[in-house]
Design a protein around this ligand. Sequence first.
Ligand SMILES: Nc1ncnc2c1ncn2[C@@H]1O[C@H](COP(=O)(O)OP(=O)(O)OP(=O)(O)O)[C@@H](O)[C@H]1O
Ligand SMILES: [Mg+2]
Length: 301
Amino acid sequence: MNFGFFQLARCGSMEKVIRSFKQLESEDFRILATVERGMGSYEYVPIDYITKSFPKNVSETISRLDRLHKLKLLVRWIGAYIGYRLTLSGYDILALGSLVSSNIIYAFGHRVGIGKESDVYDALTPSNERVIVKLHRLGRTSFKQVRRLRSYVHNKGGSWFFASRGSAEKEYSALQILFEAGINVPRPRGQNRHAIVMDFVEGDELYLIRKLPNPLKILNEILDNVKLSYRVGIVHSDLSEHNVIVKPDFHVVLIDWPQWLPVKHVEALRYLRRDVSNILRFFERRFGVRKDLEETMKKIL
Ligand SMILES: Nc1ncnc2c1ncn2[C@@H]1O[C@H](COP(=O)(O)OP(=O)(O)OP(=O)(O)O)[C@@H](O)[C@H]1O
Ligand SMILES: [Mg+2]
């Protein structure tokens, strides 16, 4: 597949993923997708299950499985039967492959952020626009703890993958609604499995900024966007100075929406209050701009 880096810089494990990506043929992608499907029912997908999906090419399939295993895209298990499951890199490859073949991205750049539950990279579209690929990684922070609970994880097959995919789908659906409503969020470009693609936003996260020409204006713009989000039924629920980007023109963009709640949710108001209070506290501490929480809440509601 035609896909590459536009910058080979320090991508770590993702660099390996992209290198193996370039060695793969469409048959390899089909085999990986078959293993993915099997993981809904098996801890390790039996080799027979996989070869049965390619009845005309059994020996070729077996040698491809071998190679995908060497590329660390699959884990092999040899027990009562031989079985395979995807590695995290295997899952990454499937998502990136789909985004490439649907012309959403063309090249992969360097990592721009590591969140608690995501890896964020920049990338290019086929027409050379700069975009962000956010790979959701649920369960990573408690990896060791999850490993201790091996049996639980394993009998759920690909539960981490499916949870990460759910998180990406959830964030993407919010971005679509919010962007459509004219709220300042990155334009959503596409989603596959645990990956979402959105416009790259130039600027700095609010928490990095020491001086602003007109902090009150920025605070009001953030609160206006919170209010508009509420109007379309969405509460961010993780809003803070870390999830607001201030652009060079001093307009703001709100990012990081996977944990949003619908306004009807029983906890929505509590989270809305927390979002607003995080922002108000930050502006007071950093810029000495004060607004009353209760009054602000009233205006939003
Ligand atoms: N559209 C974007 N444009 C530019 N940079 C972005 C964009 N989306 C994310 N980033 C960068 O990547 C970082 C992490 O992204 P994001 O906040 O969405 O996820 P997260 O940090 O994993 O979530 P959490 O806050 O739970 O750790 C951001 O702080 C920001 O630096
Ligand atoms: Mg964040």
